[in-house]
Ligand binder design. Structure first.
Ligand SMILES: [Zn+2]
Length: 325
């Protein structure tokens, strides 16, 4: 049973918005394209384990992309599985080639197309998550059952060279249901009641804090270099012009609600609150009156001020409200 769905990571959505709103000739564009393709591959990798998880006992609880905080700071778990007798932490890696894991020290080497490259070892990462999660459970005064950890390689063609005796196993995604079955056989006694499971689940969801890095600041991009305006859904041109609705000057495409996507971009790239004046500027609206009408029609939460009212765009992002520094 999936208790927390995997959503497209905020970072990936920010990069997509940034990529399409930055001029192709911008000096940072190539760097952003590379980051975008890396994050997109990571996300695809995480998604690819979903099929294998459909084989699990439906009573097991699955949480994707859980970001929690203990006294030491934040940590993010790709996938967490709660069963009534043990927990399992899964770290997903989407890496092609031959991956060798050093049996004596934590080191991962990737060989692909004749090149050899070193990576930070995901076994160390999952080991760290284990300790952090244990600490979180302790702070929450939740009794700690046996916790297992596994690194899952999502590319079926990746060759894994890893010691099988290691506490942090490295496996292909297809092996995951069988490994879980084996753990179930090792722990036949149900030690956590269904009621406690539900309580832990709701606490995990309540404590989840999505990561919010401002990508514009991260790449040190001048906000002035970001194209404002509504993007045409048909030909990608920015901006569309507004009269009674949106119209693209290039392809003639018309739309009523394309401003929603532009406001989402605005929330992803700048801030999750907006005034009427800022929205008029970003959307390229002809008058404040139109701006008010558009913002009101979206039924956004606002601060109830009459002058300088700020609207909260978080509901458009459909995520837990985030605080951006
Ligand atoms: Zn167009």
């Amino acid at each position: 049973m999936i208790k927390k769905q995997r959503n497209k990571p905020l970072k990936l959505r920010q990069l997509e918005s940034l990529y399409k709103r930055l001029h192709a000739s911008h000096p940072k564009q190539q760097q952003i394209e590379k980051a975008l393709s890396n994050y997109a591959a990571g996300y695809r990798g995480e998604q690819s384990i979903d099929y294998h998880l459909t084989f699990l006992n439906p009573a097991h609880m699955i949480f994707h992309d859980l970001r929690l905080r203990n006294s030491l700071g934040y940590f993010q778990i790709d996938t967490l599985i709660l069963t009534s007798s043990f927990f399992l932490i899964i770290e997903v890696k989407n890496i092609a080639g031959t991956l060798s894991f050093d049996p004596h020290r934590y080191q991962m080497v990737r060989k692909v197309n004749g090149t050899v490259e070193g990576f930070s070892d995901p076994r160390l990462q999952v080991k760290r998550h284990h300790l952090q999660f244990e600490k979180w459970l302790e702070q929450q005064q939740i009794p700690i059952p046996p916790i297992y950890k596994v690194v899952v390689i999502s590319f079926p063609t990746t060759i894994i060279e890893a010691p099988s005796s290691s506490l942090e196993k490295v496996i292909h995604a297809a092996q995951l249901p069988y490994d879980i079955l084996e753990l179930e056989m090792q722990h036949p006694n149900l030690t956590i009641s269904p009621k406690s499971m539900e309580q832990i689940a709701s606490r995990l969801k309540r404590h989840h804090r999505p990561l919010d890095t401002n990508m514009v600041q991260h790449f040190e991009i001048d906000p002035g270099a970001i194209k404002s305006g509504v993007q045409c859904e048909a030909c990608d041109e920015i901006p569309m012009k507004y009269s009674t609705g949106w119209k693209c000057a290039v392809c003639g495409h018309r739309s009523k609600n394309t401003h929603i996507k532009a406001l989402i971009d605005c929330a992803l790239l700048f801030q999750t609150t907006i005034t009427n004046e800022q929205s008029c500027h970003f959307l390229g609206l002809p008058s404040r009156k139109t701006g008010t009408r558009i913002l009101r029609s979206l039924q956004l939460k606002h601060n109830h001020k009459h002058k300088g009212r700020t609207y909260d765009l978080s509901s458009l992002l459909a995520i837990v409200p985030i605080e951006r520094k």
